[in-house]
Design a protein around this ligand. Structure first.
Ligand code: MG
Length: 158
């Protein structure tokens, strides 16, 4: 049995387009400013994708889903995440668990976290933890210019 760990990070700035929705971990955060991005801007799903790809030695999200590809314009990032999970499984790895942190000055995410946990755990078919924290006014994230997400995953190959 081989255990491998992977980590992922992503940051997106808030969009100036008022019609963009905030999507994090597959959950629409109603009433919040959306994040800019080629896809739906789900930085949490993207961080998790990179963690999974890293653990399996399969490169990174941009290699598999280029942000210059019109197919991924406005893409639902949970579908990209499901594709990444399939790639990781195809490489012989089973996901054991994932742990994620969302750093957001606003909005308050606590009430949305259980939905993210449920959505992401279902896609990974493994326990996923999501924690939300603030930037304490420090730096770009602290000035609420965007949202940053971190993810760590553990995978196993028999
Ligand atoms: Mg991203």
């Amino acid at each position: 049995m081989t255990l491998r760990v992977g980590q992922g990070f992503d940051v997106h700035r808030f969009s100036e387009d008022p019609s963009r929705r905030l999507v994090l971990g597959g959950v629409v955060v109603e009433g919040a400013e959306g994040l800019a991005g080629h896809s739906d801007g789900d930085a949490l799903a993207h961080a998790l994708c990179d963690a999974l790809l890293g653990a399996a030695g399969l490169g990174d999200l941009g290699q598999h889903f280029p942000d210059t590809d019109p197919r991924y314009a406005g893409a639902d990032s949970t579908l990209l995440l499901a594709e990444v999970v399939a790639l990781v499984a195809g490489a012989g790895y089973e996901v054991l668990n994932a742990d994620c942190t969302v750093v957001a000055e606003r909005p308050r995410l606590a009430t949305f976290v259980p939905g993210m946990v449920e959505a992401l755990s279902a896609i990974l078919d493994a326990p996923v933890s999501v924690k939300a924290t603030r930037g304490e006014g420090l730096g770009a994230i602290g000035r609420a210019e965007g949202i940053a997400c971190f993810a760590v995953v553990l995978v196993e190959r028999e």
